[in-house]
Design a protein around this ligand. Sequence first.
Ligand SMILES: NC(=O)c1ccc[n+]([C@@H]2O[C@H](COP(=O)([O-])OP(=O)(O)OC[C@H]3O[C@@H](n4cnc5c(N)ncnc54)[C@H](OP(=O)(O)O)[C@@H]3O)[C@@H](O)[C@H]2O)c1
Length: 410
Amino acid sequence: VPRTISVALAGCGVVGGELLRLLRENTNSIEAKHGVRFDVTSVLVRCSERTRPVELAPGAIVTDVDSFLGAEADVVVEALGGIEPAGSIARATLARGARFVTANKALIAVHGAELQRLALRHAARLDFEAAVGGGVPIVRVLRESLADTPVRGIRGILNGTSNFILTRMEMGLSFDGALREARERGFAEADPARDLDGRDAADKIAILAWLAYGIDPTVVRARRRGILPDPEHLTADAGALGGRLRLLAECAQTSDGVTACVEPVIFLPNSEFGRTVGVQNRVVIDCGWGEPIGLSGPGAGGGPTASALLADVIRGARQLPDRAGTPVASASDETPHRWSISLDQGVPANLVPAIAARAGVVLEAARDRGSRLHIVTRRVAWRRIDLMVRTLKSRGGRPGVARLELEDSC
Ligand SMILES: NC(=O)c1ccc[n+]([C@@H]2O[C@H](COP(=O)([O-])OP(=O)(O)OC[C@H]3O[C@@H](n4cnc5c(N)ncnc54)[C@H](OP(=O)(O)O)[C@@H]3O)[C@@H](O)[C@H]2O)c1
């Protein structure tokens, strides 16, 4: 006789709706493979009138959090988004020793460490595979497969929306046209600001740094630059240098602590990140084995994300010891890189060499590209570029910056 597990689902939009459909359509195969049946007892939404993808038992749809929590299901799945009421639902669920499964990266980046402590205290379980990389099983690889393996660094394209836009711009679309297409195809939210300014990728790399190094995601000091304010010039400059622009997120263990960043990087077109196109995500984990571990897959979308949620829902109630990690400091990254800087006419070109020199930046090339200047620097650490960029901004310039990795393999 299959064991019946009650499930309460908070949120029935793109992801939650798809999860309901998967649970309904796969009832028999889940029972055959795992010996369990899932009974969806309660679904929290904002609007009770809206049609949902599957028919639910009368009274299952609720619109207030208290009735939802009152159901006391064995597993609570959260696909609402945002910090509240998701955070309150997580705390109430874990505090009574039940399992909480979420797709919400913002919640985990802000409250993940606190929620994990709560889970351990109450012998509950917190799972969030769907929060990073959509259908790419990166959380499980770090949490379980590599649980005792020291990780040197993680690099990845973790934001499918910005990657889709950059890829479409490489094919000749304007930024506005690419954004419009991303919206029409359901890849961009109504407000894509968090995707474009790098906050979404910064949340995700903070979560991965937590899993790899035990550093609380809220104290990961990721330096962050998105593809704004001028993605068209950044992309054009990358093309002029024979490369492709990608929004890269990375974290690494150094002797001073953990460094993290999100920034545009120019890669060779045939490198693994240069070849990562559309809404695809790609993550590379360096364990010092010569060859890194690489994972690719759809970074967003209802189907892959719901499938990651379903895998978390199905897994046994067995509590796996979590990688607590020794507390380590978040450190600044001193690695020198070449940088590509696109500068509009806000700052006279003849002032730029002196501004660069004062920041300790040596210019390798400066080309006049009509309405703007395109600069390539010699290898220098980010903090010097940051100083130069801040000076250019204080003089009225709008510099766009991308890191150059044209010589490297990925
Ligand atoms: N979409 C993706 O490709 C994707 C990928 C990875 C992770 N995620 C994450 O998955 C989560 C859900 O995303 P989604 O795309 O499915 O969002 P969505 O389509 O906007 O759905 C959100 C759902 O939550 C409900 N809801 C929102 N706020 C609520 C509140 N205060 N009280 C009650 N119900 C509320 C909405 O109810 P109504 O239906 O009544 O409006 C809706 O059913 C987010 O954390 C997102 O970051 C999404």
